[in-house]
Design a binder for this molecule. Structure first.
Ligand code: BGC
Length: 766
């Protein structure tokens, strides 16, 4: 008998027994979760509350972050099994840019490389939810076929300040685009029957002292900015799990916050899944379980003992434990591992490489294009390549958000693949510095080497010999560290490289293009006038060099838009006065800090003084021009928008606008709907993004009518004195923008009657 038919016979028999034999063995395969919880011993219950990095049971123990070797080597962790109860292990693996596991295994000739997909910031810059869902679908397939049950992603914390080391994993400074992007991503992944973990819930917008930083945030800013994206993702995509953050909010670690987890997440938003901690977070296991943080990852003896102690002192009850165990078992039941899925270890890596290449194209943002420097005309065949990063292209950031892919296409390779003759005379000298970039462990930042500035003679000869110059500037950051302030501006050598190359090429009537292979915002205002074109390629995963070439060559017109403002100066942003600037702390370990929110401003605690005025909301309120505003991005064609209209419906408004491609190249456009509220009542931003959509690829002359819906609830602001969402009556303006600063059409509408929705749970400090 084949083992699968044997299993189904067994399952059928056991199910029959559960239905008709009162004394049958309790088993998660056939019994209700309730019956299994009743049948579990106290010790079994306490164990399953913790991940398997717990030296309580040989077969279940394994090491930590990125090295977990049970079941799927390199996964981030797993949960306990109890064979006698039919409870299987489950495997949890990072992360946002694709599955992160070990590519090779000892004594095994096979390889287990994964696809390096674009970073979160690039995905959000596509403004294309359908596309993001298809990327998620591919990531989910890889997760399932390599034997994992949950991808620990998406990461949707707000990009509050350019220097946050993990911005590359995150989506935006705006909660609507963060939430919609996350929801699409989750739907795509979970369509495979594997889970996601939306993270880090919530307020994890800095890395300095990340495990003990106390974020001091008003209820209003929490509701409108820091929680809103999570609310949208929970309501629109039903993620299997949520991961709490390391930081505290207003004095309480998020994993120990009953109001956050039971009050808001479950009580107000109706979340039905499981909550897990971030790895080794928090102070006390008992408090975490009592707060409704069901699973502690990766688990250790200390947390186990704390749970036991909390049960003894009464701060934790067995009812709390049963509630959390129930949610864990409900989660286990959904997983492929529990359902006996036979994974292949052979995901379709070729198909996924194509998905990566195509999806990156849509998130790259053309920032500048003087005199149609791009796309290259047919007269361009010889390309002079400069900048270290052109030869060592960056696929993504460091830490748990990185992926072990079998290759990364550099710009040099991409241009060659695209049929260009590349002047690579600077390649060897640049790559000779590669050793300077070696990192010591998965959490250390990889420094980029200082740029080589070729002498005037070399540049003149390169300008003579080639049709155009391409310079790539790179930045890399990652988990555990925020970026240094120096990292925001160009270094002297970078500036000299751009200046001198441009001088030499302009002298002979040739153009210069700068590619920004970065994961977070940098300064552009002081030098953007120098080169002819600037393409923000972000970090596009393993196919980066090919995708950039597709845009340079005109194979595709760029259609990305900024999901984050590029301020003219660092201090133009409200958040910059309350953010750790070169705090002298390398990462979160060994800091002799023992409790949340101790004494040092911006290290132990950070006051979110700008409140709801993050990113463009701040710049517009203060009337400060951005270097490149939120929502901005050029294309190779032109679009005309017409017939903007807003209709009020029973539940809100329906806005429409007609977009016509008036240029000569096929491309997509993005319609951004910003709303301005009537005067009076709560203080409001100048305008706020409430909905958006990307057109299909419009051929020259082709039009499409875009329809966007906004509900009355979506229009609401949070009144923290009354603890409720409020939509004021009065006249609103709907602005159809090509960016937050470039409004193409306006329409007004009336809300006849004020509305409110109670949201009583406050996260104010004790
Ligand atoms: C990160 C999480 C990640 C986890 C497991 C933590 O250090 O903050 O984002 O999912 O490790 O690798």
């Amino acid at each position: 008998m084949k083992s699968s038919s044997f299993t189904s016979l067994f399952v059928a028999a056991a199910a029959f027994c559960a239905a008709s034999c009162s004394e049958g063995p309790v088993n998660l395969q056939t019994s209700s979760v309730e019956d299994v919880v009743k049948a579990m011993t106290k010790e079994q219950k306490l164990k399953i509350l913790l991940g398997t990095n717990l030296d309580l049971e040989e077969k279940n123990s394994g090491p930590v972050v990125g090295q977990h070797s049970l079941f799927v080597p390199g996964a981030a962790g797993s949960t306990f099994s109890f064979e006698e109860l039919g409870i299987t292990n489950t495997v949890l693996a990072d992360g946002p840019a694709g599955l992160r596991i070990s590519p090779t295994r000892e004594g095994d000739e096979n390889t287990y490389y994964c696809t390096y997909f674009p970073i979160g910031t690039l995905l959000a810059s596509t403004w294309n939810q359908e596309l993001i869902e298809s990327v998620g679908k591919a990531m989910g397939e890889e997760t399932k076929e390599y034997g994992a049950d949950v991808l620990l992603a998406p990461a949707l914390n707000i990009q509050r300040n350019p220097l946050c080391g993990r911005n590359f994993e995150y989506y935006s400074e705006d909660p609507i685009i963060s939430g919609k992007t996350a929801a699409a991503y989750v739907r795509g992944i979970q369509s495979n029957g594997v889970g996601t973990s939306i993270k880090h819930f919530a307020g994890n917008s800095q890395e300095t002292n990340r495990k003990l930083n106390n974020a001091i945030i008003s209820d209003r800013a929490l509701r409108e900015i820091y929680l809103k994206g999570f609310e949208i993702a929970v309501k629109e995509s039903d993620p299997w799990t949520v991961m709490t953050s390391y930081n505290g909010i207003n004095g309480t670690p998020t994993a120990e916050s009953y109001p956050l987890l039971e009050g808001i997440l479950r009580g107000e938003w109706g979340f039905k899944g499981m909550v897990m901690t971030d790895w080794s977070s928090g102070n006390n296991g008992g408090a975490q379980i009592a707060a409704g943080n069901d699973l502690i990852m990766p688990g250790n003896k200390q947390r186990y003992n704390e749970i036991v102690a909390a049960l003894e002192d009464g701060s934790l009850t067995m009812e709390d434990v049963d509630r959390d165990v129930t949610r864990i078992l409900e989660f286990v039941k959904r997983t492929p591992r529990f359902q006996g899925y036979k994974f292949s270890n052979k995901p379709d890596l070729q198909a996924h490489a194509q998905i990566t290449r195509q999806s990156s194209l849509e998130g790259m943002v053309l920032l500048k294009n003087n005199a149609s420097a791009l796309p290259f005309t047919s007269a361009v065949s010889k390309v002079a390549l400069l900048g270290y990063t052109s030869f060592d292209f960056i696929a993504g950031g460091t830490g748990s958000g990185s992926v072990n892919s079998s290759y990364v296409v550099s710009l040099l390779e991409g241009l060659k693949n695209g049929g260009y003759q590349v002047d690579e005379r600077l390649k060897d000298a640049n790559l000779a510095m590669k050793d300077n970039t070696v990192r010591k462990n998965i959490l250390a930042v990889v420094e980029r080497p200082e740029e080589i500035v070729p002498d005037a003679k070399t540049l003149a000869s390169m300008a003579e010999a080639n049709d155009v110059a391409v310079i790539t500037l790179g930045r890399i950051a990652g988990e555990g560290n925020d970026r240094l302030i120096e990292n925001f501006s160009l270094t002297q050598n970078e500036l000299a490289l751009v200046q001198k190359t441009t001088e030499a090429f302009h002298k002979v009537g040739k153009k210069v293009v700068v590619i920004l292979n970065i994961g977070g915002v940098i300064e552009t205002a002081s030098w953007k006038n120098i080169p002819d074109a600037i393409l923000l390629s972000w970090q596009a995963g393993q196919e980066g060099g090919n995708s950039v070439t597709d845009i340079l060559s005109g194979k595709k017109s760029p259609s990305g838009r900024l999901a984050v403002s590029f301020p003219a100066k660092f201090n133009d942003l409200g958040s910059s006065s309350n953010f750790p600037i070169n705090p002298g702390i390398k990462n979160d370990s060994g800091m002799n800090r023992t409790r949340i929110g101790m004494t040092d401003r911006n290290i132990d605690y950070t006051v979110y003084e700008e409140d709801i005025y993050v990113g463009y909301r701040w710049l517009q309120k203060k009337n400060i021009a951005a270097s490149y505003p939120f929502g901005y991005g050029l294309s190779y064609t032109t679009f005309q928008w017409s017939d903007a209209a807003v209709k009020t419906t029973k539940d809100g408004i329906t806005a429409t606008v007609k977009v016509t491609n008036t240029g000569s190249v096929a491309s997509k456009d993005v319609v951004q709907l910003y709303i301005s509220a009537p005067e009076g009542g709560l203080d409001k931003p100048v305008r706020e993004l409430k909905a958006y959509a990307k057109t299909k690829e419009l051929a020259p002359g082709e039009s499409q009518v875009i329809t966007l819906n906004v509900s009355l609830y979506d229009l609401a602001s949070f009144n923290q004195d009354a603890m409720r969402w409020e939509t004021a009556a009065g006249q609103y303006t709907a602005s159809f923008g090509a960016s937050c600063d470039e409004i193409k059409q306006n329409a007004t509408f009336q809300v006849e009657k004020a509305q409110s929705w109670s949201a009583p749970t406050s996260l104010k400090g004790k």
